[in-house]
Write a protein that binds this ligand. Sequence first.
Ligand code: 6R9
Length: 661
Amino acid sequence: MTDQNGTIESHPLHHGEEPESYPPSAEFREQANVNDPSVYWRAAEDPEAYWAEQARRLTWTKPFSEVLDWTNPPFAKWFADGALNVAANCLDRHVAAGIGDRVAIHFEGEPGDTRTLTYAELTHEVKRAANMLTSLGVRAGDRVAIYMPMIPETVISMLAVARLGAAHSVVFGGFSAESLRARIDDAQAELVITADGGYRKGRVSALKPTVDDALALETGSPLSVQKVLVVERTKNDVAMESGRDLWWHDEITAYDGDHDAQGFPAENPLFILYTSGTTGKPKGILHTSGGYLTQTSTTHRDVFDLKPETDVYWCTADIGWVTGHSYVVYGPLANGATQVIYEGTPDTPDWGRWWSIIQKYGVTIFYTAPTAIRACMKVGRQIPEQYDLSSIRVLGSVGEPINPEAWRWYREVIGAGEAPIVDTWWQTETGAIMISPLPGLTSLKPGSAQIPQPGISATVVDEQGEPVGNGQGGLLVVQQPWPSMVRTIWGDDQRFIDTYWAKFGDRYFAGDGARLDEDGDVWLLGRVDDVMNVSGHRLSTAEIESALVEHHAVAESAVVGADDETTGQAVVAFVILKSQQTILTAENAEQELKKHVAAQIGAIARPRQVFVVNELPKTRSGKIMRRLLKDAAEGREIGDTTTLADTAVMQTISARMRREK
Ligand code: 6R9
């Protein structure tokens, strides 16, 4: 909470409870990739030496001599005089090491079709695709837009682009024609790789028609796109424009699997990925090659305790998001992991789908988002309990703070009460995991991402940039450059400086609030724009949401700070009740939950209003759009809903709010 000077005092997330902590079991610790705590201080003493050691696990066509060049902050260069081929590190290297027969991808289509690709097969397909792209004119330094469902060709396309030293810009398949076109224009992509469609929720979700619409838009910028390559997946009717559109399966037959990968400088662009900022225009986050591959592979190995010979890894993220880039494509493949890729949604044909996939492939490491966990909680544990999930040995969480209630459910129901949960904090901009427990070392605290990774220096500072002490809250900063950091915002160096560096000089401002607990562990409190100020007290939306879901009747919640004449802002909560619960009724829910929050956190946090709703507005990546709820809570016209997964949600909620006024 804040005092009048705006400094932040801490208060624990659970009141009246003993702090929970779950140390690793002796067995887990014994076999863990990282089980010597000295790694932290060794890396802290000489982070460049630590990262150089990690980088040397990759195959370089030209070894680097310089590790970090930070002479022109905030523009970092890592391993700049070295050269490597990112795709060859994910593919050819493993084949050469004799593990070509290992399964790289177990693909599970939503309708139930499957495809298995070994490392040798994936390498062969990527080489052919690289030859095809070369003859379509793709050269090092070019940009290729990828607008695809979750199918093997998406991975093949990304790796083929990378193999040629070009950069991909993957646009999530749920984005509109306008969003796709804005990203194509910004990156000046000359080729679009897409599919006729993908399967989602039991239906064909068409993609190619959206590409057609995007390319037909009058945007005021000349169209950069020359060719559109179309993978056949769903066989829906699509129009093919002659001279521009080509079927992948027609073209690919002309190319064999001979392709020598050339080395490119470590700072060669690998991809651009767009993420929304505080203004309307999305930011093209630029990542480069050597540092990015170093940190994604290192964290994938250590945070998930990956044993590539025996583990079956599954990250449920769509490849259209950074988690899909770093922890479906580059990290796992650089590590020679065997992984599952699933095309569809967790509720198709029913809510048992994910658990049946875990049972079928013997998934050992499972990485998903709190929003998905809460959705599964809402449906109830009787669903996962019908499946054999005993193969699971590590669980991961990413995307938002995981509330302790969901954490405990995840561990108990999916992890048999034993699997360590790694709560991984990072961002599109950080490229790879920055703050997370290490499962063989850390005593886990539900709800906290806890500790910066070895070689990462992150901490919490106040508005003036002064480090806060243990037990204090403030803003999260990264104090030293890291290998997989964003290099710039594509085409807009000034915006890069203004957004992340202007606030604290050469320290990176992440835009997240955080606090250090008494042990110095980091608790993420949500975006700072989600921090409310109620009567001069700073309150975290995440914290109140967490308190609400601690209530036995509540499945999910979203909290916003709505303008209030007397208190500045007031807490307004939206909650979804569990479908089976009988504790709360429509009549008493509001009063009961207000009381509950006041009891959990303190009277200052008592919501002004609690609305029981059936759905919350979410982006397609599953993040709750609090901005829209704030509009509704303040009685305004609802703002831009184009990035919502389900645009009807906000109409329902604002109609309700008007009725109840
Ligand atoms: C990887 C990813 C980044 C924002 C970030 C923060 C939130 C992500 C979190 C978390 C608390 C975690 N976030 N992981 N907050 N605990 N474990 O999600 O990237 O889509 O760019 O979002 O997500 O607010 O700033 P991105």
